[in-house]
Structures are given as C-alpha cells and as structure tokens.
Design a binder for this molecule. Structure first.
Ligand code: C5P
Length: 220
C-alpha cells in the first residue's frame, strides 16, 4: 500500500511581515518547511512526498530537500492562488495507484508521528478520510463587524488540523470539482465522504504570526 504526502507550502504568510513566503520563515535558524519535510521523510508511514511550493520558490525547495537528504521528495510543483488550488497542483503528481494521500500544511511544522498513526488506523477501519481535531477552548461567537450576533454552542465543535489522510481516489475525485475550501476534508465531505476525527495535538499549531513562531520553537 503506497502512502503519499502532499505538503502545501505556497501561502504568502503576510501576517508574519517577512520579505519571503511563510514556508521560508526562520524557525531555529532553518526554513519553517524544513521541519515538516524532515518529519514526513522520517515517518514510517510515508513513502513519497510532493511539495506545492510558493510560485518562483520551487528551486529553493528542491535545494532544501536535497540539503536535508529528503529522498522521498519526488516532485516540487508551483502552488496555486488558494490552498485548494495548491492541493490540486500537488495531487497531479500523485500516481493513480497511490492508496492513501496525506495532505499537510507546511505552516504546522511540529508534526508528531503518533498523529499520522492515528489517521492511518482510521483509514484501516474503512473511513474515507481522517482529520486530527481538538476541542475549541474559547467561547465561540458569531459576529457582524464588531457586534456580537450570537454565541455558538461549542460542545460539538472541534478545530481541524493537518495532516489529513484520505483514500487517494476519494480525495482526487473531491478535489477535481474545483471547489474552494480551507481544508481537504471539507472537499471530501461535500462529496459525501465519511471523515473520522482522531485526537489532534496542540503542537500542530498553525504558524500565523510571530508569536506562533516563538511558541513552535519551544517545542523543537
Ligand atoms: O493560508 P492558510 O492558513 O489556509 O494556509 C494553510 C497552508 O496552506 C499553509 O501551509 C500554506 O502555505 C498553504 N497554502 C498554499 N497555497 C495557497 C495558500 C495557502 O499552499 N495559495
């Protein structure tokens, strides 16, 4: 059974206020992308890796993968205008006969191997896909500008993280619709796919602003 990982790394990361894309923000003196690349390379579950790079940054991504000795990286493609477009660009390099595709945000550098194991176990149980999720700790409010409209019951809410794992053919069909979504599970859900939530991990924090970078560094 072949397992492919697509790392989506093409975001601009404007909130970090840097002169380069977020995937190349410094984390302990290395590009942010290095951390997830190395962890997927070392994972016992993953056979091959595709990276959707920021446009015009394909070459630095190839060099980084070589420097890190990431022999599982078989393709580096140019990402798209949206996350979903970057996923589609990455999936184009995943062969038809791949059994499972994991999609991971480069913006979540600290990727524990146990999470991948939980996702793969869910797929072995027969689910179409699996996502790591964490309960939402804050009270959640719907707003209109700065006015609170309502308080949403958080009991049945989770925050969905990545990596997310899917039966490859299911993700491919769902992504082909060309729809936009902020995660891959939403594409598969819209196609009637059954997605299991497995326990996520706080360290899978998505780096959005400079404070997140500081926090992620404490977990390395
Ligand atoms: O911007 P957002 O928080 O959705 O980014 C999540 C992940 O998707 C990041 O790793 C980012 O690099 C990636 N992304 C991408 N192509 C885009 C936008 C985001 O690969 N056009």
């Amino acid at each position: 059974m072949s397992v492919w990982a697509v790392i989506v790394a093409a975001g601009r990361g404007e909130r970090l206020g840097l002169d380069r894309p977020k995937a190349f923000a410094g984390l302990h003196g290395r590009p942010l992308l290095a951390e997830s690349l190395e962890r997927l390379e070392a994972s016992d579950w993953v056979d091959s890796i595709v990276v959707a790079a920021p446009p015009d940054w394909e070459e630095p991504v190839i060099l980084l993968a070589e420097e890190l000795g990431c022999g599982k990286v078989v393709a580096v493609v140019s990402g798209g205008e949206s996350r979903a477009a970057s996923v589609r660009a990455g999936l184009a390099e995943v062969p038809e006969d791949a059994a499972v595709t994991l999609v991971h945000d480069a913006a979540r550098p600290v990727l524990p191997e146990e999470v991948i194991e939980r996702l793969m176990t869910a797929l072995n149980e027969g689910w179409d896909g699996a996502v790591p999720g964490l309960p939402v700790p804050d009270t959640v409010k719907r707003v209109d500008g700065d006015r609170v409209v309502e308080t949403v019951d958080r009991e049945n809410l989770i925050g969905a993280q990545t990596p997310q794992a899917f039966v490859s053919s299911t993700l491919r069909d769902a992504a082909a619709s060309g729809a936009d979504a902020t995660d891959c599970a939403a594409l598969v859900e819209a196609h009637g796919g059954r997605i299991k939530v497995v326990p996520g991990d706080r360290r899978l924090l998505k780096v959005t602003d400079p404070v997140d970078l500081e926090l992620a560094e404490t977990w390395l």
